[in-house]
Design a binder for this molecule. Structure first.
Ligand code: HEC
Length: 480
């Protein structure tokens, strides 16, 4: 399980295969020996396409020009079916998950050829205008010196609350001065991906003063440190967190020793509170309706459980479930115009997803996915299964999906109603133009300035970006 926390950009991909059989990964996933996906490529493809995918008697596989389409699905199909009357035979015999892995590998190599590796990329700090399709903007630094900032929320008076994953909640005033940590917030499990996560303001905050925090709750179980996502609300008075109430806390038996896949974003709607919980690295739990992890939940904003949740007719189901089969939901947002609930999900390698969240739906993890394991071994040949919802789009290679926002505001009128999806590993923000429930256009509007943890739109219509780093910061996009 430790492998799951490897960076998405791990370039050495291992695929389990039988000792000599290149032929069938699917069967040999149980694994006799281990062969690199690169090796499969070298043995079967390199003679024509070149050892570095640079081309030979076969075409170069690095893009940006593709004869048969360069997206993961087109690559998969051309490798499976071959190209009639050319030396490119169909490789169906390799098995679907191997074909999928090869497609991901080619996408990753093509991406690497077009971009410097994020880890060695020089992040820009300059203030030159950034030209995108619809708008030109400049990047401003709002504040620096934040340790792994995770989330940002506006108070009605223009001040902002910001969480730092190690466990600090701070106030950023209207002059962009950062307060000391708010005293008395819950202790968090600040390990791996765990810690203090989302902060959200009750829609009726001006009247009730409630602030919500999502975090990795640290507990002890059978002599071990365990954790699970929890939500509390409280009020801030004189620099201290007070009047705390539990909003969601699962029974201790559901807590896990792992340090990854916590979720967690909070969305309010009409007295309800939706929130996401990652599967905590226990992929099989995502399909298990008796467990809270790997799901999106619906409760009332005071923590009560609605009687009409989709699985409430099932005695054994965890009562707050809204949907299931989610791996690690990192973005969750209600579209203010259509009312749709959108989610981005940190998938396996090559399988990050944008999902439309529907009542009672199954999002397929880990039975259906476009990705492979981070170690390059096949995960599932199924990208789609009956009774499970396909993603609206998926990202291969993975962007390491993070925060998600819907753009509303006057500063960037041509981005209105678009989704803005952040990516940690790719250090990007993707603008997704919707037509109803379809994504009809995709554009990278922001890149190369560090790992994007969250994207928020301020009441000023400017786009705020949280850069996740030990010395993290908040940036802001302002139109030219
Ligand atoms: C005997 C030579 C040969 C081998 C071996 C071979 N290919 Fe090809 N491949 C070609 C040729 C030639 C084309 C171009 C076909 C055409 O004219 O459209 C091609 C096309 C492709 C394309 C489409 C490229 C585009 O521009 O759309 C992909 C992807 C591809 N091959 C992947 C693979 C993979 C993966 C393997 C190994 C499993 C492989 N090929 C093995 C010769 C080969």
């Amino acid at each position: 399980m430790r492998l799951l926390s490897l960076p998405v950009f791990c370039r050495t991909a291992w695929i389990a295969v039988g000792a000599s059989a290149i032929g069938s990964f699917a069967q040999s996933a149980t694994g006799k020996g281990k062969v690199k996906v690169e090796e499969v490529y070298q043995q079967n493809c390199a003679s024509c396409h070149g050892a570095k995918l640079e081309g030979g008697s076969g075409s170069a596989l690095l893009g940006p020009e593709w004869k048969h389409g360069g997206d993961a699905d087109s690559l998969f199909k051309v490798i499976r079916d071959g190209v009639k009357d050319t030396p490119m035979i169909g490789w169906n015999s390799l098995g679907e998950s191997t074909l999928r892995a090869l497609a991901i590998y080619i996408r990753e190599e093509a991406y690497a050829a077009a971009h410097a590796k994020p880890s060695t990329r020089k992040t820009t700090e300059d203030n030159a205008p950034v030209v995108t399709k619809e708008h030109t903007y400049r990047v401003e630094t709002v504040v620096t010196g934040l340790e792994n900032p995770w989330s940002l929320a506006w108070l009605p008076d223009g001040r902002r609350l910001v969480t730092e994953r190690p466990g600090r909640l701070r106030i950023l005033d209207t002059k962009n001065k950062l307060s000391e940590r708010i005293r008395g917030t819950p202790e968090v499990f600040a390990r791996g991906q765990g810690g203090l996560l989302d902060v959200a303001i009750h829609p009726d905050y001006s009247r009730n003063g409630w602030i919500y925090l999502a975090y990795s709750d640290p507990r002890r179980l059978d002599g071990e440190d365990v954790s699970l996502t929890a939500i509390v609300r409280g009020r801030i008075k004189d620099g201290a967190w007070t009047e705390q109430q539990d909003i969601f806390r699962a029974p201790l038996k559901f807590y896990q020793t792992t340090r990854h896949h916590f979720g967690c974003r909070i969305v309010f709607e009409d007295g309800y509170l939706f929130f996401s919980m990652g599967e905590r690295g226990r992929s099989d739990h995502a399909q298990d309706l008796t467990r809270p992890n790997g799901k999106i939940h619906r409760i009332f904003d005071d923590g009560r459980v609605p009687k009409d949740n989709p699985f409430s007719n099932r005695k054994d189901a965890y009562p707050t479930l809204w949907c299931y089969g989610n791996r690690n939901p990192q973005g969750l947002v209600r579209h203010p115009v259509t009312g749709d609930l959108w989610e981005t999900e940190h998938g396996p390698r090559g399988g990050d997803e944008l999902n439309l969240i529907l009542r009672g739906a199954n999002y397929g993890w880990p039975k259906a996915s476009y990705g492979m394991n981070y170690d390059g071994s096949p995960l599932t040949p199924n990208t789609s299964l009956p009774g499970m919802k396909d993603p609206i789009i998926y990202w291969t290679p993975s962007i390491a999906a993070s925060g998600l926002a819907v753009y509303e505001g006057d500063a960037f009128p041509k981005w209105r109603d678009n989704l803005l999806a952040g990516g940690l590993a790719k250090q990007e923000i993707h603008r997704l133009v919707l037509d109803g429930r379809k994504v009809v256009q995709r554009e990278v509007i922001f890149s190369n300035r560090g790992r994007v943890r969250d994207v928020r739109v301020g009441p000023d219509g400017l786009v705020y970006v949280l850069i996740d780093d030990k010395n993290g910061k908040i940036l802001r996009l302002r139109p030219e």
